[in-house]
Design a protein around this ligand. Sequence first.
Ligand code: 5RP
Length: 219
Amino acid sequence: MALSAQEKKLRAAEAALRFIESGSVLGVGTGSTVNALIDILGPWKNSVRGAVSSSEASSTRLRTLGIPVLDLNEVDDLDVYIDGADEANPSRELIKGGGAALTREKILAAAARRFICIVDDSKLVNVLGRFPLPVEVIPMARAYVSRELARLGGRAAWRHGTVTDNGNHILDVHDLAITEPRVLENAINQLAGVVTVGLFAARPADVLIVGTDEGVRTV
Ligand code: 5RP
């Protein structure tokens, strides 16, 4: 049976519920897949201590459901962080940031003992880079960083009208075939004015749950 992308996202979200432990602090990302997760979190609302979220949008959705939204500074490391992705390769390395929440997402991934990534099967690739790579930049550095990204082989396009929750701008980098994700992540992170690159290779997902027509597949 052919499922819609949203139905596959819901399947992946349902499969991620088994990673949530009672009494834990949950990290929650941003996007339509995570929205599907938040919408089925009702039965957990009294058993988790609360959630730390990667965006104002997800925080609002969590509060509507009655789940306490916590400040990362006031909790220890997260037990589990669940988030979507724009692309994933077989090594569970990811491109994230389509929803412009990449910096907070990278912080949550770093602070989490387990990072569970939930996607539909359209997100799977062998080589990352078909999806333009988001880079969050300090606004005054936008043109400089664009020129430096061109030296690395990418064509940076400013995502006009988008201001991140941190007050910064997003460049979407096209034309990259990312054969060495860790190397590129490190190189872009070194550029002055870059806040975060949306490559999650140094800290990939621990578990990748893929929603497909046939059910869920776990990598
Ligand atoms: C937000 C993200 C999202 O995880 C990514 O864009 C996937 O979104 P969706 O679940 O809507 O496909 O990185 O910054």
